[in-house]
Ligand binder design. Structure first.
Ligand SMILES: [Zn+2]
Length: 238
């Protein structure tokens, strides 16, 4: 890659693949323009904590299942610390826990081998996955014609991209910021996830530390606007 290419922002959205793209190996029905009527896609939905990502993930699973499509839900480090996707508003769904060893392609193949067709994956907490898992998502789309919908944080408590989120921004067909706004205490739109220990914003430490956004957690996270993330001001309730 040249320096020039490295400096050029990655294209975050592109049109549906044309007939020469993909290599899905399946004879998809095509429209009058020759494009597949359904082209599988990798989509990444991102937002700060508390913005309803897991709720949207489960809603999307429900919507697709209602149309007769078959999917799997995966997660990593859900707040329940179990193989489930849970949401702060009370929804829950069983999920496959994504470990370092798990190969998402093998997960789909094994399910197919059991006679169950998989049309899509819902990958919750995707920013905690490995970069290799994101590569596997892309291959599932291109080589297996499986839709992959990933949900996760973009940045960590230091305001830096998670490696898997970075790879999703680079590879996804479509990237969307979740539109349910979560507000900073000042009323501005919340953008960044501050890690709070003993009432203070910390800026060093492990990239992933389990915590919650409730006030009683030992390590808690608070969504702040950029201004108050930078100043470390947690507001009058802190
Ligand atoms: Zn603020």
């Amino acid at each position: 890659m040249t320096d020039d290419a490295a400096a050029t922002p990655t294209c975050l959205a592109r049109p549906l693949p044309g007939p020469d793209d993909g290599g899905t190996g399946c004879a998809a029905a095509r429209g009058v323009d020759g494009r597949p009527l359904h082209a599988a896609a990798l989509k990444f939905f991102w937002g700060p904590m508390d913005c309803g990502k897991s709720t949207m993930a489960l809603q999307m699973n429900y919507n697709h299942a209602r149309q007769g499509r078959r999917g799997l839900v995966t997660t990593r480090i859900d707040r329940s610390l179990g193989p489930r996707v849970t949401t702060r508003i009370g929804l829950a769904h069983t999920a496959v826990e994504v470990t370092d060893e798990l190969d998402l392609r093998a997960l789909v193949r094994d399910t197919w081998a059991e006679g169950v067709r998989i049309d899509y994956l819902i990958c919750d907490e995707a920013s905690f996955y490995d970069v290799a898992h994101v590569e596997q998502m892309a291959e599932l789309v291109d080589g297996y014609d499986v839709d992959v919908y990933a949900f996760g944080l973009a940045t960590d408590f230091r305001s830096c991209l998670f490696p898997a989120a970075r790879r999703l921004f680079e590879l996804a067909d479509e990237v969307a910021r979740i539109q349910v706004e979560v507000l900073c205490w000042c009323g501005r739109e919340g953008l960044l996830n501050a890690r709070v220990v003993d009432g203070r914003v910390v800026r060093e430490g492990a990239q992933v530390v389990i915590g919650d956004t409730v006030d009683t957690a030992d390590v808690r996270y608070q969504v702040l606007c950029r201004r108050h993330y930078r100043s470390g001001d947690l507001g009058p309730r802190a």
